[in-house]
Design a protein around this ligand. Sequence first.
Ligand SMILES: [Zn+2]
Length: 415
Amino acid sequence: MTIPSDAPAAHTALAHSAYPRWPLHPQPLPGETLMSWLARTSALYSLINTADLLDGLGFESPGVDLDRYTPEPVLDALAQRSTCAAERLREMTLAGCTPWLLDSTDPAECDFDTYAHQFSVLLPAGLAMADRRRRAPPAGMWLPWVSKLDTRACPLCIDDLDTDADIAVMMAHQYPMLTSCTKHHCRLEFCSVVPGRLVFWERTPAGSDDHASPIPVPVPAVVAEIDRRTAAALTSGSVELGAGRVHAAVWFRLLRTVVDEVSTPLVRTGWWAKPLSAIWKSTGHSRPLRTSWVPFEQLRWDEQAKVLFAAATAIIAVENDEMAASGADACLLRPRRYEPVDPGTAPTRSRSPVPARSAWDGVIAAIDAAVAAARVDSDAARSLFGLARTGCRTEEDIDELAYAFVELGIRLDWD
Ligand SMILES: [Zn+2]
């Protein structure tokens, strides 16, 4: 990005004459994206579109997503043409959410492991690191919480607008960490938005045109609660947790950690498989199989919604002491209790509890032996699969079982 040759390099009194103010310039709505605001501005004029508003600002790269990153000289020029400060306009882009939501809008500067695994909540830190690497996207190819851009909106919020001029694209609705409208607790619905004019809904009531708002679908209470915190983090920069207030940066990383933890295949979680499986069971969904090797951001929206439901269920269960959580940072979710300072204890290497020995150890040793035999002997593999299959009720269960066998290194191609 270069500053146009006719624009002054520094902010001086003369700078205001470089870009004359637009006669009509609506104020940005809370949470609106930059491109939505520009589109609503151009909607006030006839025969002018968003590209015309950007013309002459020295921005020559069509196809670049200004909602992700807008060069500073363009922000300055837009600030001069409207009555908004460049700072306010930057907040309407993803770049304005760095470094608290994400470290950078350049994937080369976003490290998956640093973002998703600096915390541990449900599972002990370091558990199944080899497995986690399977879900890690190639370096330089990933931004946290950024998926293929699809627009969503709340049908009730759109119906409540006094004027079509306020129809806008909200930044929080573009990213998959939010499932619902935090005002109406209903699911965000996919749509195409023409800012300042109208909304085309992907799902419409039977027999109506595509401008009719879809019937709202309520979301589970745990999802509404987690979304409330995410919205608070986006708007106020902090979230109240059991242990106290945490910065938005902590909330988004903590949530991404739990998203990754509930995506871990049960066979990789050993002692912690039981609470994880209870979480999925209570959501009424099975874990989408692709979560084992596809980063959350690259899942389909319906898969993302299931993972977020499981993550929300897990967080609330930990807070209510209904789930054993062995991560070092689970304490952030629980109410802070008074603990006298121990003056003489050296810090230990791991804060993970060591499971006590029990009669189950013998059973586990027998299972380990059966698995070891099945890896090298197809008869043993067939027997073990037959035995395990008796617990399967659906085709999906059998798929999951087969996947678990493959993960354990047991071949299933017997015939
Ligand atoms: Zn709403």
